[in-house]
Design a binder for this molecule. Sequence first.
Ligand code: PGA
Length: 256
Amino acid sequence: MRKKLIAGNWKMNLTYKDSEKLAKEIISKIEKKDLNKTDVLLCPTFVSLGIVNKAIKDTGISLGAQNISYENNGALTGEISAEILKSVGCEYVIIGHSERRSYFHESNAVINKKIRKAIEFDLKPVFCVGESLVEREDEIYEGIIEKQLTEGLAGIESGKIAEVIIAYEPVWAIGTGLNATPEQAAQIHSFIRKIIQKLYNEKAANEILILYGGSVNENNSESILSAKGIDGALIGGASLKPDDFSKIVRTAAQIK
Ligand code: PGA
């Protein structure tokens, strides 16, 4: 049985103090019993990882970063290594988000190196894939997603694939208020499982967690999270609102 995961991607928002405040508000609004049913992950900026880690101590909530270097420590000004992320309490790291792919030109090859580095250091990659609006309209989205998965996961052995979490995030749905319908999302989630089966095996396909991301909010979360094969959500905008985020956690915990 796959346990649902609700992840908040705070992106480049909130000062150090405001990050602590948001983490504390979220903690105060999430019921302990919901955390038995659903895993919760907070991904603040690098600067606020330490303070958020302190705030979530002993709550059962996990910490993740939004990016990672594919190199070990060394002369790489401005980069953050896996070892540094581990030292501040990170268990997860978002890799291959569409904002990194488009604004920072991260290729599938770079994303693959980051995923491999994360796994080497026991950090769970939240590996984002998804098509642009043009790719959806041209109906080439399955090919795009298959390429992202195949190249992104190259060289990752079957013994390690269970560590990877996939997030299907159609680019046209991120921050736009347009979400994929539950049917559209379920279709892609099932397609992703087929690719994982092809690349690995049936067990891996059944066990891998696949999140949906793109304009998830407290109003649409029930229909999205109830759809077949959707194991949780990667949430941007609504993760900055403690009431909305905690309601989504509650919704996820109530879904059978
Ligand atoms: P959004 O962002 O929920 O604001 O659409 C999702 C994401 O980018 O992970």
